[in-house]
Design a protein around this ligand. Structure first.
Ligand code: PHB
Ligand code: FE
Length: 335
């Protein structure tokens, strides 16, 4: 269902006369930006006004992921305080609900919204607050500044289509391979990645069934960071490789087990309890390492150089409920 075109009008203010940005409200939450910061405000469960401040660049990078991924699997935490939880038909917006200290102090708030409503407000905020020259998907060294007064927009960058293969990248009629001509040159940090393609010799009649492509070459041409694309799909098994540089702009709270295969370079991960934020583990991943993130954790990665990571997701729509009922495990293996 599409929301009415003017839905955001109800949630957005006029542009500020000095800085040029609009303010947004969603339920009991308010959002305002100035030259450096995003300010989030809400009224606590016991009626007290509270606010939270984030660097606006970090806020926009997190908001970009939440919007582009349709609120993702489970929780998307913008930082230790603010975040969303996807219920697949509706979405919770929360402040402090998964922060042990704030929860204990009773200053947290969680409200549920129809997915269309929160998406509409988030998309409008992302558009209004992203200035010309700043691309929230780009590595910090490959984009301009998010700061300052309102200066144009970057609609092309914030409305990129998510790259989702139906069966496999490069198959006839499926997601195309990346090339210079399609606006996907090799990234500066992957100049040494061979660009050859595997030879294919299918038996007659199997030309549309037998397939292979050079995944490293495909990834070397990614224009964005921390943005898994579907390169192959078999039932609910989604291979979602991505190229990473600098910090994953969100802390992801799993609602299922998720696998990581570090295909080049290295990423360090901070893992914490998804309900309280209490630190659980540091996972140091070097090229060739694999790890599984349990359903009870949240995690954030640090990639000092542009690296290639394969994220493997079980996209079954039933899995989250099977885990909640205890019918499926929270961990990939019990020893
Ligand atoms: C994750 O939350 O597991 C995740 C998200 C985006 C990435 C990599 C990992 O690029
Ligand atoms: Fe994750």
């Amino acid at each position: 269902m599409n929301a009415p075109a003017d839905l955001t009008q109800a949630f957005a203010s006029q542009a500020d006369r000095t800085l040029g940005y609009r303010q947004f409200t969603l339920g009991s939450f308010g959002f305002r930006r100035d030259e450096y910061f995003a300010h989030i405000s809400w009224t606590t469960r016991d009626g007290r006004p509270l606010s939270h401040t984030m660097d606006v660049g970090n806020f926009l990078c997190a908001l970009m992921r939440d919007v582009a991924w349709g609120f993702f699997y489970g929780g998307v935490n913008f930082d230790d305080v603010l975040g969303t939880v996807n219920h697949y038909k509706s979405v919770d917006l929360q402040a402090g609900a998964f922060n042990g200290t704030m929860k204990e102090a009773g200053v947290d708030l969680l409200e549920n919204f129809p997915t269309d409503e929160i998406r509409e407000v988030f998309e409008a905020m992302l558009d209004d607050w992203t200035n010309e020259g700043f691309d929230p998907f780009a590595a910090p060294q490959e984009t301009g500044s998010p700061y300052g007064r309102k200066n144009g927009h970057n609609k092309a960058a914030i409305t990129r289509a998510r790259e989702l293969a139906t069966r496999c990248v490069g198959l006839k009629g499926d997601l195309a391979l990346r090339t210079d001509e399609r606006g996907a040159p090799v990234n500066r940090q992957f100049a040494d990645v061979p660009q050859d393609a595997p030879e294919l010799h299918p038996e007659p009649g199997f030309e549309g069934e037998v397939h292979a492509f050079n995944l490293f070459a495909f990834l070397s041409r990614s224009q964005v960071t921390w943005n898994p694309s579907f390169t192959s799909v078999v039932k609910h098994s989604y291979m979602c490789p991505t190229t990473e540089e600098h910090i994953l702009p969100i802390m992801h709270s799993n609602d299922r087990v998720e696998w990581f295969f570090q295909m080049s370079d290295s990423i360090d991960w901070d893992c914490a309890d998804k309900n309280t934020g209490k630190p659980l583990a540091r996972v140091i991943m070097k090229a060739g390492d694999m790890a599984a993130m349990p359903a009870y954790c949240r995690h954030q990665g640090y990639s000092p150089k542009r690296s290639m990571l394969l994220v493997w997701e079980n996209g079954s729509p039933k899995l989250v409920y099977e885990i909640q009922n205890g019918d499926a495990p929270q961990v990939p293996v019990s020893f």
